[in-house]
Write a protein that binds this ligand. Structure first.
Ligand code: SDX
Length: 375
């Protein structure tokens, strides 16, 4: 290691401060977006207010919120070639791969001219509005149905459910989707926000940074866990069956998806906030046995490993009870997290320095080159 690099190495950058942010704080017992606690936001604010807060640094007045909602609504329809792309992507392609391509394609039809802070906020609104339409359009096409045009007057969450199912959602479904969008919106230097910041730090463009975030969120150690957790829950028909499996999986040192967190060791606030709604949805759906499976795995993880669920665990089951196919769970995480990514991209640009750490070299020592004929 050269003398210009301090030898400070922790695998996975655990516990390393990699930059400053005013977007959110994530501490053991404290999660807040721009100073507003997640408890307050999830109780009192709509996702639209939360999105505004992340993009404009403070909560909106009523007229600011009305203007923001109108702007989102103006960007909901996708450019024709993006819809053509959604038709062209084979149906068996993973939902996150579809979204990565579709957002990249959207970037080719960027309606916003020029570069700067205000343009980035506008681009964020453009992507925020388009992503739910992409997910819903893809769902409809997959079911052999025509895409549904947005219906004025619905909330952002209600709009997605309307475009996905072709009818207005129940109040409970709309509330729970709105809540999950709020809970998923932002989380400090998580892997996908960090990827978006690294991309931005090279002075690359807004869409490339968002696509970096999508590719990074896809993995099951990150956002992909909501799908993986639900796939796990759906394998069992009763609590005792799930408990027996969980004992076995823990004994075999398997990773149980939807549990654990790099920062939270006393539990994830977001999971605690969402869980009562997941139970309520299970009751409404008449599928208590799935809640029993959920509890059996959760209790076994606690009893044997003292590890808590993260937000992805109750979220997967909540979306399942709302009749959403598993393949859209991580894309819905994107539909929310684009706000956090955009806030980080804007913040990174405002005080940019190339993000380029060092590595500790563990390869062979310097050795003589041999021509091919002598190897
Ligand atoms: C998200 O960072 C963010 O903020 C992310 C996120 C956001 O909003 O952006 O909160 C969203 O990504 C939530 C996390 C979703 N991922 C999963 O649910 C996947 C399953 N969880 C893990 O693999 C794990 O807990 C991570 C990836 C979330 C965290 O990994 P770390 O910090 O590298 O921890 P680790 O894997 O080194 O685990 C430490 C110990 C190990 O035991 P020992 O070897 O020390 O005995 O805890 C155990 C692990 O085996 N452990 C688990 C476990 N999670 C941790 N054991 C079984 N199942 C698990 N899920």
């Amino acid at each position: 290691m050269s003398s210009t690099a301090e030898e400070l190495y922790r695998p996975g950058l655990e516990g390393i401060i990699a930059g400053e942010t005013s977007v959110s704080t994530v501490e053991q017992d404290d999660l807040a977006y721009r100073g507003y606690t997640i408890e307050d936001l999830s109780k009192h604010a709509s996702f639209e207010e939360v999105a505004y807060l992340l993009l404009y640094d403070d909560l909106p007045t009523q007229s600011q919120l009305d203007g923001f909602v109108a702007q989102i609504n103006a960007h909901r329809e996708l450019p024709g070639p993006v819809v053509d792309t959604l038709r062209a992507i084979p149906q068996n392609v993973n939902g996150m791969d579809m979204l990565r391509t579709a957002v990249s394609m959207l970037g080719h039809f960027d309606p916003i001219a020029g570069e700067g802070h205000d343009q980035d906020v506008e681009r964020a609104i453009h992507v925020l509005a388009a992503v739910p339409t992409m997910i819903a359009t893809r769902l409809r096409l997959g079911a052999g149905q025509d895409p549904v045009s947005p219906k004025p007057g619905l909330s952002h969450a209600g709009q997605f459910l309307y475009q996905a199912f072709g009818s207005e959602p129940t109040a409970l479904h709309e509330k729970v989707l709105d809540l999950t969008l709020t809970l998923y919106a932002e989380h400090e230097y998580n892997a996908s926000a960090f990827a978006a910041r690294v991309c931005t730090s090279t002075l690359s463009d807004f869409y490339s940074a968002i696509v970096s975030g999508i590719g990074t969120l896809k993995g099951p150690l990150h956002g992909g866990a909501n799908e993986a957790a639900m796939e796990m829950i759906s394998r069992f028909g009763s609590g005792p069956e799930a408990e027996a499996w969980a004992h076995h999986a823990i004994a075999n040192k398997e990773k149980i998806m939807g549990f654990g967190h790099r920062v939270y060791k006393n539990g994830d606030h977001r999971a605690r906030i969402l869980e009562p709604y997941t139970r309520q949805l299970g009751e409404a759906k008449g599928e208590q046995f799935r809640v029993d499976v959920y509890d059996a795995i959760k209790d076994t993880m606690w009893n044997e490993k003292k590890i808590y669920p993260n937000v992805d665990y109750p979220c997967g089951l909540a979306y399942f009870f709302m009749d959403l196919p598993i393949d859209v769970y991580t894309p819905l995480f994107v539909a929310s997290r684009v706000t956090g990514w955009a806030a980080h991209i804007i913040e990174q640009r405002s005080n940019n320095r190339l993000i380029r750490p060092r590595s500790r070299y563990v390869g062979p020592a310097i050795r003589p080159y041999k021509p091919v004929s002598e190897r």
